[in-house]
Design a protein. Structure first.
Length: 532
């Protein structure tokens, strides 16, 4: 054991993890970068960013994620969405991983998740790669250095990319596995170098723990009015729908870009950093995110760069469309110092509609909000998951099904209760296609989306005329100064109106068919709001 501060009573050896080579505890950014470069894990980029590739897997592996089936969680896990692993299979997997780790060097980061001290969770990340330690240090929250002397991790995540699981022996699907044991409070990750598995494992833990305390766990970004944390908004959405871009507006304070909790005290950021997509990143449209790609300590994943000049190619997707950068939240000038906000005045649900049917913005009743929240309609964007090469329409309940260990109705009812109690206004925003479906139409202009969102958040949109959408029953603004009125009625953007009608009916039917599985669990008002 060597280097870095650590609670002497909570070393890996005290956790039964013995026989390793050097164990580097709580290295800060310069030491992690130095180690990663010397170990040839990647390249030191411009400004001190760390440039790396993740090999075979450039996105998450949701089909390889398992929850250990034990009596304590038998009745609370959504097993249809979280494949079970037998306890004895997990034990074999853990034993074989620990044997594989013998004599090798590892990096340990003791961090916490949850900006609200009442809902903080202390997490230990054990990584084979120095850059994984840097990645998670950027994404979670760092204790004060003095706290490390008494840090007592509640959960331990062990990530060993060089270990390959044996499906027959370990009860998994392939050589890649993410196995979560709520009894042992341990996560095992194997055979994937993709950094996102680290952060999403932590989010999945919080998605189980927080609802048990009456706190809503949300796959969303959040911001608040400058100087007024009470005027907060949350933005639900899957990767690629614009959570990071739209919440990082210069006229509002960013609370966080991906994961939050909503307690009786208000909202709080679960993370301490951002994990932004960089494909075709525009320095004029998103200057601060762009600047992080040449900032000391940022991890840049799977971006092509010039080996001589180290210039990044933001348009090159030859490795993946899911190019990303991971940086701490303090890289954004308008980021919140506390990660806290009041009860949201606005709940925004972002969708990337590849059918080209939905309007750029719609106002939802609370019941309609629950319908769209449980539906979670969007399009999977190329690269975010293995095998996705072009947008695919999908329904991901709660706008984050891969990270939801409990049944969707648990999250839906929590959100509904908080919306009704605090009087939030709900919006559905389509950042997908207009003028036709994917392949024919074009992406919704970001300028129009931002104008409509700004008007919604500052209240000026409430003063315009609305129409009732004939397909979904929600309210759509007829006009807003500075926005092409044609965009507000999607049918008008299609050259072939009958083709739009057919596409709209197809989408309505998809919604209805998908929603059928939730009908036994929801209130009558949500059933009635299903389709207008």
């Amino acid at each position: 054991m060597t280097n870095g501060r650590v609670n002497p009573n909570r070393t890996l050896e005290t956790q039964g993890i013995t026989g390793l080579g050097n164990v580097f505890y709580n290295f800060i950014e310069p030491a992690l970068i130095e180690a990663a470069v010397s170990r040839k894990e990647g390249t030191l980029g411009k400004g001190g960013a760390f440039l790396c590739t993740t090999g075979q897997f450039t996105g998450r592996s949701p089909k390889d994620k398992f929850v250990v089936r034990t009596p304590s969680v038998e009745d609370t896990i959504w097993w249809e969405n979280n494949p079970p692993m037998a306890p004895d299979a997990f034990a074999r997997l853990k034993a074989d991983m620990l044997a594989h780790m013998q004599g090798r060097d590892y990096f340990v980061q003791d961090l916490y998740t949850g900006a609200d001290p009442l809902h903080r969770l202390d997490v230990r990340m054990v990584t084979e790669l120095a850059w994984h330690g840097l990645f998670i240090r950027n994404l979670l929250r760092c204790p004060e250095r003095a706290e490390l002397d008494t840090f007592d991790p509640e959960w331990t995540i062990i990530n060993v990319p060089s270990f390959k699981a044996d499906p027959a022996k370990h009860g998994c699907r392939s050589e890649t596995v993410i196995a979560m044991n709520f009894d042992e409070k341990t996560v095992l990750i194997a055979n994937t170098y993709y950094g996102g598995e680290n952060k999403k494992s932590v989010f999945t833990i919080m998605n189980y723990v927080l609802p048990g305390k009456g706190v809503m766990a949300m796959h969303c970004s959040a911001n608040h009015a400058i100087g007024n944390p009470v005027d907060a908004a949350v933005f639900f959405g899957l990767s690629g729908t614009g959570k990071t871009t739209l919440s990082a507006a210069s006229d509002r304070t960013l609370i966080g870009d991906d994961e939050h909790g909503w307690s009786d005290r208000g909202i709080f950021n679960i993370e301490g950093g951002c994990y932004a997509k960089t494909i075709n990143l525009d320095p004029k449209a998103e200057p601060e995110i762009y600047a992080t790609t040449s900032r000391f300590g940022t991890v840049v994943e799977n971006m092509i760069f010039d080996p001589d000049t180290l210039e990044l190619d933001f348009a090159d997707n030859s490795l993946t469309d899911n190019t990303r950068c991971a940086y701490s939240l303090d890289a954004i000038s308008n980021a919140s110092d506390t990660g806290l906000g009041g009860h949201p005045k606005h709940v925004v649900m972002l969708t990337c509609d590849a059918f080209g049917v939905l309007p750029p913005i719609a106002r939802l009743s609370p019941a309609q909000a629950m319908y769209h929240f449980l539906s979670g309609f969007t399009s999977k964007v190329a690269g975010t998951e293995r095998g996705v090469t072009e947008p695919q329409p999908t329904f991901s309940t709660c706008f984050g099904a891969p990270f939801m260990p409990r049944r969707p109705e648990v999250y839906g009812k929590l959100l509904q209760e908080k919306i009704l109690k605090h009087g939030a206004t709900c919006w559905l925003v389509n950042t997908g296609w207009t003028g036709g479906a994917y392949g024919t139409g074009t992406r919704m202009p970001i300028k129009a989306t931002r104008a409509l969102l700004t008007a919604a958040l500052d209240g000026s949109l409430n003063g315009v005329e609305f129409r009732r959408d004939v397909n979904f029953g929600f309210d759509v603004p007829v006009a807003l100064e500075g926005v092409d009125p044609t965009l507000l009625n999607p049918r008008d953007t299609w050259a072939d109106k009958s083709a739009y009608d057919a596409q709209a009916q197809k989408l309505v039917d998809m919604f209805a068919n998908n929603f059928g599985k939730y009908v036994p669990y929801i209130d009558d008002d949500v059933k009635a709001a299903a389709i207008g």
